[in-house]
Design a protein around this ligand. Structure first.
Ligand code: IMP
Length: 439
């Protein structure tokens, strides 16, 4: 790949370079599934690089709806190679169910899915611990209960089980035995108990993992070879920037790096292989789980947006909290991810709203701040400073170019672009594939 392809990967909202990251810039649920689905048409390989079954990426094709938790959204397009990178924690039972479910719906999956040899497994005792830990603490994170935190804890603690271990049954047996024992002790310490038939649950997980290990591959090598041979690769993020373990609203975060740096470490390529980073933002803000949401609405408006936008979790069905677009967060996301472009989703949800506000800074006791605070408790106390723009009060659902949009909607997008200092390259105006504007 020559230098000439650098940063050209998103010109006119299409992929023209070889390797692009697509990731969320808020608290997840930005509509990444739809953007990845649209972009996947032009690529050969789609790879997830972090997270696990906590994700829920929704894709609409005609009348069909697909909700993908672990397999990259690219699977809906025939012939794309779909990879789960080393940064992912795989729930083998859920993975096999998803794999078989797609097959049952007529999607050809055989030969198309690969899982990194270095990916770690989420075991049933991780899931149980996740719930026990949430149930027995005052400061609840509001996790998805999928065992994500405990699995990453074991990875960082050098006790995890990796896909490559399955070539060595004795090693797996001893890692599992120690894992169960550790989980029991931890549960007891937390004031809970690992209950149920753990051995049966673990047996089922091991059988699924055995099957999964048949798909083991070196994702970094596959991606690099694809890029070198002129093929295009899309690295699909899960959750969002404000849920990043390092850069998010800690401790109300997920346990992986959702930001662009994580795309390199979590897939096994060097950062210089990446040409472009597309940040996905919803035209307003939502959050599920605990932790501050500075631009959150009062209850009536919150309910109105939840209904308008169908804001219920794709993984847990939990209602999402809603609020105005937070440009302080979006600008921060542009910085920590080195964004080269923005995709704005769900613009149509604002179609009936008479006036639309954007938070441009935060008021604090110490004065106005323009940068996203590191202290999550400070973030919980800020008062957003809003700028209010007129709404367009007409449907944008049929717009296919910027010119088709009402002028107030264009102004809103222009303001997002100015405040984030990032070009808007895609705008989604509905759930269907065709409801997209490529700028
Ligand atoms: P965990 O990832 O299940 O440990 O949950 C940690 C935090 O991330 C909680 O606030 C979850 O609600 C949130 N979270 C995890 N996955 C998603 C997602 O896919 N969308 C939105 N929020 C998520």
């Amino acid at each position: 790949m020559g230098l000439s392809t650098r940063n050209e990967a998103v010109s006119d909202g299409r992929i023209s370079g070889n390797c692009m990251v697509v990731l969320g810039c808020q608290w997840g649920d930005e509509g990444k599934g739809k953007i990845v689905d649209v972009l996947a048409e032009d690529v050969h390989v789609v790879a997830r690089f972090q997270g696990g079954a906590n994700a829920g990426h929704t894709v609409h094709v005609g009348e069909d709806e697909f909700i993908l938790h672990q397999i990259p959204s690219g699977i809906i397009h025939p012939e794309k190679r779909c990879l789960l990178g080393n940064g992912v924690v795989v729930d083998a039972i859920g993975f096999c169910e998803e794999f078989d479910g797609l097959k049952a719906r007529g999607i050809v999956v055989e030969g198309r899915v690969g899982v990194s040899q270095k990916a770690h497994l989420v075991m049933p005792y991780h899931r149980l611990l996740d719930q026990i830990s949430e149930d027995n603490t005052e400061q609840k994170i509001g996790t998805t209960g999928r065992g994500i935190g405990p699995a990453y804890e074991e990875k960082a603690g050098r006790k995890g089980i990796r896909v490559s271990d399955f070539a060595h049954p004795k090693r797996v047996a001893s890692l599992v035995e120690e894992g169960i024992e550790r989980a029991r002790r931890r549960a007891e310490f937390l004031g809970g108990e690992i209950s149920g038939d753990v051995d049966a649950m673990v047996d089922e997980a091991l059988q699924a993992a055995e099957r999964l290990s048949g798909l083991a591959t070196d994702t970094g090598l596959e991606i690099l070879n694809a890029v070198r041979s002129g093929k295009r690769v899309l690295l699909e993020g899960a959750q969002g920037t404000a849920l990043d373990l390092d850069h998010g609203t800690y401790p109300f975060v997920t346990s992986s790096n959702t930001t662009a740096g994580g795309a390199a470490t979590g897939s096994g390529i060097g950062p210089t292989v990446i040409d472009a980073v597309m940040g996905v933002v919803k035209a307003y803000t939502t959050r599920v789980g605990n932790g501050p949401l500075p631009t959150g609405f009062e209850p009536e408006m919150d309910e109105k947006f939840r209904q308008l936008g169908g804001e219920f979790g794709a993984t847990t069905g939990r209602p999402r909290r809603c609020g105005w677009f937070d440009a302080v967060l979006a600008r921060y996301a542009a910085r920590v991810n080195g964004l080269t472009g923005l995709a704005v989703t769900k613009l149509d949800v604002l179609d009936t709203v008479p006036e639309i506000s954007i938070a441009t800074s935060y008021r604090t006791q110490g004065g106005d701040v323009h940068e996203f605070p590191a202290d999550t408790w400070q973030l919980g106390e800020v008062e957003p400073v809003y700028e209010t723009l007129p709404g367009w009060e007409s449907s944008t659902a049929d717009a296919r170019s910027l010119e088709d949009l009402p002028s107030a909607a264009r102004r809103y997008l222009d303001r997002i672009e100015e405040l984030t200092e990032t070009p808007v390259q895609m705008v989604s105006v509905g759930t269907r594939r065709r409801q997209i504007i490529r700028v």
